[in-house]
Design a protein around this ligand. Structure first.
Ligand code: GLC
Length: 555
C-alpha cells in the first residue's frame, strides 16, 4: 500500500489551523447503498471511488463513510469483527487506500465510522471468551455476568435492547450447559465492550492510529454516549425504557465516565498533522449535555439530533436553533445541523406527514408537500452557522421507501418487533444514478433493496441540468456557501421581525427568510435574491415568499 499525504490537495500546509470542520458540509455515504462497483447488488468501495468526482462537483467538503469493516452484517456493518480489515463485500484495504487518496486529490476529506461500544459476536476476543468459558480473562473485556434466579435463568438486570427485547443473552458453556449472560445494548450479535478494561482502551487507541496512518481525516464515533455503564449495572425499574431513551440519563448512556476516553483520543489525534477530527453520535437528553462531548479537549463536533427531530415549524425551529447555539458557545465548538441519516425516516417523508409521529414513519404522506418542505428545510440548514450533514440521496429529494415487503428487510430492529419501529431499511434503498437501466445505474447486478419504479425520474442523470431539480438546488446552495464562507461562519444569528410561522435572520451580508406556513407571505425586500427553493416574486419593495419556501438574499 502506498503511503500518501494525509491532507487534501487544496488544504493549507501542515501546521496551519484552518478549523476546516467548523463550517464543513459533510456528506454521509452509506456504502451498501451508494454505488456498486462489482455487480453483486451491494454497494462497495470501488463504487464510491468512481463517484468521488460527483461529490466534488456537488460541492461538499468532506465525506463520512458508514462502516465497511469485516463484519457478518448483523447490523449492516455496525457489528465489526475486525476493525483493521475491509469486508470482502466492500473491497480491500487497497480500495480503501485508493478512496482516501483520490478523495484527497480532489480536495475532499474522509471521515470513517468507528464503532467502539460493541463488536460483532464474531470478533476474535468474543469468540475466545465464549470458547474459554467462565473465568476466561477475555470475558472481562465484555460484560459477562451470571444470571439471576435459582438456576441463573433470569437476565442479570432489567435493561432492554434498543432494538427490542432484553439487553442480555445467555451463553452456553463449552460443556453444553447453560452459562453466563452477556450484555448487548443493540442486537445479540453486538456484545458491548467493557470500557473499564485497559485492553479495550489500548486496542481502540491503536485502531485510531491504524486509520490515521491510512490518512483519514477523522472519525464519526458510533454510540459515543454508550461506552461507560453505571457501576454495578443497576436496574432501571421501568418497563417502558425506550420512552426514557433520549429524555433521561440512563445507567448505560451518557455516563460522565465517557469523557475521559475522548480526552485520550483527542491526544492521539493531536499527534497527527492535518486537523483530524472526532464527531460524536451522542443521543443525549439535552443540547447542553451534548455540548459536554465537544469541550475543547474532547471531540470536535456532535450531531445535533434535537434539530433533526424538529418539525417544520418556525417557532420550534427557532427555539432549537437558539438553544443549540447557546449550548455550544461556552465550549467553543461549532453547532452542527442534520436532517437525515441512515437511522431515521428521510426528511422529505417526515415533513410529508403530520407532526408528532417521530422519526420512524411508515406512511408516505403528501409527497409533494414533503419534498417542498424538505428543500426549504435544506436551505434553512445551510444558512445556519456551523457544520451541516447531508445524507446520500437527500440531494435527489428521495423519499423514504415505506412499502418495502417484509421479506427484503434486513434491519435487525425489524425482527425484534417490540423495539424501535424497525423501518430503517426505508432510508437505505440504493441511489438511482441513471434514468434507466439495471438498478438505475447503482450497479449492473440489481440492488439489495428494491428501488421504486418511479426512481428513474429522481436519478442524478434525470435531475442534472434541470434548474428546478432538487439536485441543482443543492449544487447551487453549496456553490453559494463556498463563495460566501460567512454563511457557515460565526456562532450566532440576528433574528429579524417576521410574521408568525416565518423565520427571518441576518448574518454577515446575508438575510435568510424561511416561510414554514402553508401560504405566501410578504416581507420588505431585504436585498438581492441569491437563491430560493420556489420562485420568489418581487413587487415594488416587497418580496412575496411562497408557502414552504426559504430564500437567501445578499444585503
Ligand atoms: C448507531 C448507528 C446505527 C446502529 C447502532 C448500533 O446508532 O447509527 O445504525 O444500528 O449505532 O451500532
Amino acid at each position: 500500500m502506498t503511503q500518501h499525504l494525509a491532507t487534501p490537495a487544496d488544504a493549507p500546509t501542515t501546521g496551519t489551523h484552518t478549523g476546516w470542520w467548523r463550517d464543513a458540509v459533510i456528506y454521509q455515504v452509506y456504502p451498501r447503498s451508494f454505488a456498486d462497483g462489482d455487480g453483486d447488488s451491494m454497494g462497495d468501495l470501488r463504487g464510491i471511488r468512481s463517484r468521488l468526482p460527483y461529490l466534488k462537483e456537488l460541492g461538499v467538503d468532506a465525506v463520512w463513510l458508514s462502516p465497511f469493516y469485516a463484519s457478518p452484517q448483523a447490523d449492516a456493518g455496525y457489528d465489526v469483527a475486525d476493525y483493521r480489515a475491509i469486508d470482502p463485500m466492500f473491497g480491500t484495504l487497497h480500495d480503501a487506500d485508493a478512496v482516501i487518496r483520490e478523495a484527497h486529490e480532489l480536495g475532499l476529506r474522509i471521515i470513517v465510522d468507528l464503532v467502539p461500544n460493541h463488536s460483532s459476536d464474531q470478533h476474535e476476543w468474543f469468540q475466545r471468551a465464549l470458547r474459554e468459558g467462565p473465568g476466561s480473562p477475555l470475558r472481562e473485556r465484555y460484560h459477562f455476568r451470571p444470571g439471576k434466579g435459582a438456576n441463573g435463568e433470569l437476565p442479570p438486570n432489567d435493561w432492554e435492547s434498543i432494538f427490542g427485547g432484553p439487553a442480555w443473552t445467555r451463553t452456553e458453556n463449552p460443556d453444553g450447559t447453560p452459562g453466563e449472560w452477556y450484555l448487548h445494548l443493540f442486537a445479540p450479535e453486538q456484545p458491548d465492550f467493557n470500557w473499564e478494561h485497559p485492553a479495550v482502551r489500548d486496542e481502540f487507541r491503536s485502531i485510531l492510529r491504524f486509520w490515521l496512518d491510512m490518512g483519514v481525516d477523522g472519525f464519526r464515533v458510533d454510540v459515543a454516549h454508550g461506552l461507560v455503564k453505571a457501576a454495578g449495572l443497576p436496574d432501571i425499574g421501568s418497563h417502558d425504557q425506550l420512552k426514557l431513551l433520549g429524555n433521561d440519563v440512563m445507567p448505560f448512556f451518557d455516563q460522565d465516565g465517557v469523557h475521559e476516553i475522548y480526552r485520550s483520543w483527542r491526544n492521539v489525534l493531536s499527534e497527527y498533522d492535518g486537523e483530524r477530527v472526532l464527531v460524536a453520535e451522542a443521543w443525549t437528553p439535552t443540547v447542553e449535555r451534548t455540548a459536554n462531548y465537544v469541550r475543547p479537549d474532547e471531540m470536535h463536533q456532535a450531531f445535533n439530533f434535537q434539530y433533526l427531530g424538529t418539525h417544520w415549524d418556525a417557532a420550534e425551529l427557532r427555539g432549537v436553533i437558539d438553544a443549540s447555539l447557546a449550548a455550544m458557545r461556552p465550549v467553543g465548538a461549532p453547532t452542527t445541523w442534520v436532517l437525515s441519516n441512515h437511522d431515521v425516516t428521510r426528511h422529505a417523508t417526515r415533513f410529508a406527514n403530520p407532526p408528532g409521529l417521530g422519526t420512524q414513519l411508515r406512511t408516505p404522506g403528501d409527497r409533494e408537500l414533503g419534498l417542498r418542505r424538505a428543500r426549504a428545510a435544506t436551505l434553512l440548514m445551510l444558512a445556519l452557522p456551523g457544520s451541516a450533514y447531508v445524507y446520500q440521496g437527500e440531494e435527489l429529494g428521495l423519499p423514504d421507501v415505506t412499502d418495502l415487503p417484509d421479506e427484503v428487510r434486513q434491519d435487525p430492529s425489524f425482527f425484534r418487533a417490540t423495539g424501535q419501529d424497525g423501518f430503517r431499511d426505508g432510508c437505505r434503498v440504493p441511489i438511482p444514478w441513471t434514468a434507466e437501466g439495471s438498478s438505475y445505474g447503482f450497479g449492473t447486478g440489481g440492488s439489495w433493496l428494491p428501488q421504486p419504479a418511479t426512481w428513474g425520474a429522481l436519478s442524478v442523470e434525470a435531475q442534472t441540468g434541470d434548474p428546478t431539480s432538487t439536485l441543482e438546488l443543492y449544487r447551487s446552495a453549496l456553490a453559494v456557501r463556498r463563495e460566501r464562507p460567512e454563511l457557515g461562519a460565526g456562532e450566532s444569528v440576528e433574528w429579524l421581525d417576521a410574521p408568525e410561522g416565518v423565520l427571518a435572520f441576518r448574518r454577515d451580508g446575508f438575510v435568510c427568510v424561511a416561510n414554514t406556513t402553508g401560504r405566501a407571505i410578504s416581507v420588505p425586500l431585504p436585498g438581492r435574491l441569491l437563491l430560493s427553493n420556489e420562485e420568489v416574486r418581487i413587487v415594488d419593495d416587497e418580496a412575496e415568499v411562497p408557502a414552504d419556501t426559504t430564500a437567501w438574499w445578499a444585503v
